[in-house]
Design a protein around this ligand. Sequence first.
Ligand code: AHG
Ligand code: MN
Ligand code: MN
Length: 332
Amino acid sequence: MITTVQHHLLNQQRSVREATGTFSRILSGITLATKMIEAKIRVGGLTNVLGAFGAVNVQGEQQQKLDVYANEALLHCLGQEDGVAALVSEENDHPITVNLDPEKGKYIVVFDPLDGSSNIDVNVNVGTIFSILRREGDLTQSILQPGYKQVAAGYVVYGPSTVLVYTAGHGVHSFVLDPTVGAFVLSQEQMKMPEQGPYYSTNEANAASWPAEYREYLAMLLRGELGGKAYSARYIGSLVADFHRTILKGGVFLYPPTEKAPKGKLRLLYEANPLAMIAEQAGGAAVNGALSPNGGRILDLLPTDIHQRTPLIVGSKREVEALVAAVRGAKG
Ligand code: AHG
Ligand code: MN
Ligand code: MN
């Protein structure tokens, strides 16, 4: 007996307000697009889908062909959905309106179509990240809602197997794409992030330009002052893959402010917010390291721009709370 993502969501009918046909159809649009992306990635080296596309996106980054393909797949599969008011993509300068009838266009889907683009050509895990918001009145304001208003969030990591992880606010559940049936099949319910983990995950090449308290935090972890097992470093360079390992094994992923990206490199709406919702639902935490009382809980941040960036520290509670203490200690 297999349980697909759609069944699983509808089975939650009782507890998830969004478990409606419309919402389930949107989820089907996302899963169809990710299956199209997966099919391209699987034979990347044989088709003309690797390498640079030859254009620069709104982020100022060289678009890879697969970035463009993944974006077009999601725009195509979701752009036909009556229930979608607008789409926001890392690869598009502005939101794309789909159905402005407030009676029908109830949801906004925000996504990073292909995360980890620098790893596409070297056959390393990449992913797709999505976040679903409910339209509440003014469309622009609805797009710029804080992360705690997300109705669902998820990602697909394209790796040795293709795994979809999602939450609709009632736990985190994972599904494996079974190529024999062409469906994502339930593999784990109510995933829980370990209290503390053996891994820290960051690009240490930037350490010299982090605020000093981040270097001290890492040194504290490595001196074993947080207890637990001795730490090991793991950094894949695809946020989705580094996050997926963290939710399974525990530990902390951090992308602090750097000289090159003083506001952080990762994007709030379609990288930090969806992963923060999943982390919290799995018993973990996600902050931006700011000094506000809760250390800058990602889900409380009020977005002002659809492509705004944020520092991101996400993972097991122990490590994230220790980072907040380190930042607070440093700034007193
Ligand atoms: P994207 O490919 O969507 O632009 O995201 C890349 C991000 C994220 O996946 C990863 O964690 C980070 O960039 C890696 O940045 P560095 O190469 O600076 O470490
Ligand atoms: Mn990304
Ligand atoms: Mn991307």
